[in-house]
Design a protein. Structure first.
Length: 227
């Protein structure tokens, strides 16, 4: 079998048989197929079974939860990995803990971070009283327009990005630090004892299984002969 054929067969193995339409992919990203309860249960199960100490896994969870309070959307995996590396936390736990930020929690996280940021900075939003989503959209439109302007006679316009930076990004970045530390620390102190209890119970189960396998069975004919 040629290398190209082998590659093609491997691709077919991992490729979905029923190609999902775009609307279903987007819907799954916002609301998982099994529901958020099942998704949370899956993440919890995977975190508990990580082969590491509870404290190291807890530090990874701390990094992931804290990252969700930063405005670096699209880069949360990278930010969580860097923080976990600095804290000597579990890398995979950090990545899975970023699931704390999801469509159900991003709105309250953003609201708390922005309010805290403007309060700490002693500032008020200076731009138009549009929604958070509209300011994100305006910033994205300005960014795209400026990229196109590099190759066309169009003039660059930084107005939307400027409003986004001073009204959203900078206050969000500053304001997310304190609630992020609080939420991440709570997650750490809740997860470590749970992980310790789970790993202890798992060790006991494995030890009991090994003892059952190593102990001689009664009535197998290997005992002392009857008088």
């Amino acid at each position: 079998m040629t290398r190209a054929k082998a590659r093609g067969r491997t691709t077919r193995v991992f490729k979905r048989r029923d190609k999902r339409p775009a609307w279903k992919v987007v819907t799954s990203a916002v609301y998982p197929v099994g529901g958020w309860r099942r998704a949370f249960s899956y993440v919890k199960h995977r975190v508990r079974r990580l082969p590491d100490t509870p404290e190291k896994i807890g530090r990874g969870i701390w990094a992931g939860v804290f990252t969700t309070f930063t405005p670096f959307y699209g880069l949360h995996f990278i930010v969580a990995a860097i923080i976990a590396k600095l804290m000597r936390g579990n890398f995979l736990a950090a990545l899975m803990a970023t699931f704390f930020g999801n469509p159900l929690t991003y709105l309250p996280i953003a609201a708390v971070s922005l309010k805290t940021g403007h309060w700490l900075l002693g500032s008020e939003p200076k731009g138009p009283t549009t929604s958070l989503g509209e300011k994100f959209a305006d910033a994205g439109a300005d960014l795209w327009h400026n990229v196109i302007a590099i190759f066309t006679p169009e003039r660059m316009d930084w107005h939307g990005l400027s409003i986004f930076y001073f009204d959203i990004f900078y206050p969000y970045m500053i304001g997310g630090i304190l609630p992020g530390i609080i939420a991440a620390t709570i997650a750490y102190y809740l997860s470590v004892p749970v992980l310790q209890a789970y790993q202890k119970r798992r060790r006991n189960i494995l030890r009991n299984k090994l003892m059952a396998l190593s102990s001689p069975k009664s009535g197998d004919g290997n005992g002392p002969a009857a008088g």
